[in-house]
Design a protein around this ligand. Structure first.
Ligand code: 5AD
Ligand code: SF4
Length: 443
């Protein structure tokens, strides 16, 4: 029976994208179907993010846009969830600002959205449910998911974070780290492989390398988990994100290097190239240690492509500290870098540090770094011309081209010479890079 339509706004990281897949599953289980536009929805869900101020502002602005929709459709149900609502006092402030909100819950109990919705429908009363940590019940509850992507699927392996990088709000909103039992992960991955269409499986965690650290007794480590899955039968690529350099072991590098099915595009956030700033960020590694890991990976992993996250303008960052980040970027030659301006987050240690920088300085530094990285990215793709890219996923086509994606997610336009099917992997000889596009021929 069709109950109505839903529309989900998702902000932030892959973890949120995946949690929205759970929210969609919960709604479809209850007879709702996806609306083409928010205006057509009977249930609007805002799955928020608070990693930086901009993400919060975007969500708040869009929640405000629900007001006229609610005016037209007084039965509209408005639900707000995700990281933003986990912060103390935010749920109350949102309700005050937007009295039309009906349901608020946090990132740690998305799996129970259905129960909150049912309760609202029975009582027609405002529902608010926020948990400080992910509960055992939430982490083990099996929910149907409506997966967003045709060929790629996410699988949670850990929830929460224990690292307390001084700039970061995540440990406060997502609580302490817990690992899903390996058996449950294997079961979910096997089911995905059996479906047949999922070619890319991405294991998700705030810090995947610390998988298992919270399990007492007989535990599986992350490299063991990864290698076990890589040995499952089937044609798929195994990815993971994100890694923390502080506990990226030699064993993990060896596992990546020797298992063909493990993706060779590795995302390893460095945040800064300055030892002073890394220490102030509580990252627990030095520039030298990071570069040591990168060099080992470059030596051992064939077809490696590296990406990273960088924060510019952390409190106390001098010109010299910034130059250290510039030189690290130049030395590593990442294929891509996600560069952010430091954003003050309430309740974090960095919020109270001295030396907060003016926005103009942060803007100037991000601009400079983005320009440098653009050239590095460009050079990286030019350097691939004449080489074969393995396992390019064919995920689209036009009249005379196939559209593929490299392991690092870059689009390749492939001449339609060989017969390929959507969802196939192909080895592609790259022939050109122009206008930001790679071109190639299937081998
Ligand atoms: N300001 C700017 N960037 C941040 N990140 C996390 N917290 C902040 C903050 N307060 C960035 C980091 C992290 C990525 C997901 O977001 O680079 O790796
Ligand atoms: Fe935030 Fe650091 Fe945890 Fe990543 S590892 S979520 S940056 S505290």
């Amino acid at each position: 029976m069709l109950n109505g339509k839903y529309f989900i706004f998702t902000y932030g990281c892959q973890m949120n994208v995946h949690e929205s897949e759970k929210l969609a599953g919960i709604l479809e289980e209850r007879g709702y179907e996806k609306a083409g536009a928010p205006e057509d929805a009977d249930v609007l869900v805002y799955n928020t993010c608070c990693i930086r101020e901009g993400a919060e502002q975007r969500a708040v602005g869009n929640i405000g846009n629900a007001k006229p929709i609610k005016k037209k459709n007084p039965d509209l149900i408005v639900a707000v969830c995700g990281c933003m609502t986990q912060q103390s006092g935010v749920a109350e402030n949102l309700k005050k600002k937007f009295p039309f909100i009906n349901i608020v819950f946090g990132a740690n109990n998305v799996e129970f959205f259905g129960e909150y919705l049912d309760m609202f429908l029975r009582q027609r009363k405002y529902q608010k449910n926020i948990l400080e940590n992910k509960s055992y019940q939430s982490s083990t509850k099996s929910v149907q998911m409506v997966r967003d992507d045709k060929y790629s699927a996410y699988v949670n392996i850990t929830y929460g974070c224990n690292n307390f990088c001084t700039y970061c709000i995540v440990p406060y909103v997502r609580g302490r780290e817990i690992s899903r039992p390996a058996g449950e992960i294997y079961k979910e991955v096997k089911e995905l492989i059996e479906v047949g269409k999922y070619k890319i499986i991405t294991l998700l965690g705030q810090n995947v390398n610390s998988y298992g650290n919270d399990i007492v007794g007989n535990k599986t480590t992350f490299p063991e988990l990864l290698e076990t899955i890589a040995n499952f039968e089937g044609d798929f690529e195994l990815r993971f994100m994100s890694s923390h350099p502080k506990d990226l072991s030699d064993e993990l590098i060896d596992v990546i290097a020797r298992n063909e099915k493990i993706g060779k595009a590795i995302h390893l956030p460095v945040q800064s190239g300055s030892n002073k700033i890394l220490k102030a960020m509580n990252r627990n590694y030095t520039r030298e240690k990071y570069l040591g890991i990168i060099n080992k990976m470059k030596q051992k992993i064939k077809g490696l492509s590296l990406s990273t996250d960088i924060i510019v303008g952390f409190p106390g960052e001098t010109e010299q500290d910034f130059e250290d980040t510039v030189s690290l970027l130049k030395e590593v030659q990442f294929s891509n870098a996600y560069i952010f301006m430091y954003s003050k987050r309430k309740g974090t240690i960095a919020e109270k540090m001295d030396g907060h920088l003016p926005i103009e300085v942060k803007r100037e530094r991000i601009h400079k770094l983005l320009t440098i990285q653009k050239e590095i990215t460009n050079n990286h793709f030019v350097s691939l011309i004449g080489k074969v890219q393995e396992r390019v996923l064919i995920d689209g086509e036009t009249a005379n081209l196939y559209l593929g994606k490299t392991q690092c997610g870059k689009v390749v336009k492939i001449k339609k010479e060989k017969n390929l099917k959507l969802g196939d992997f192909a080895n592609v000889l790259l022939t050109d890079y122009s206008g930001g596009n790679l071109y190639g021929e299937a081998k």
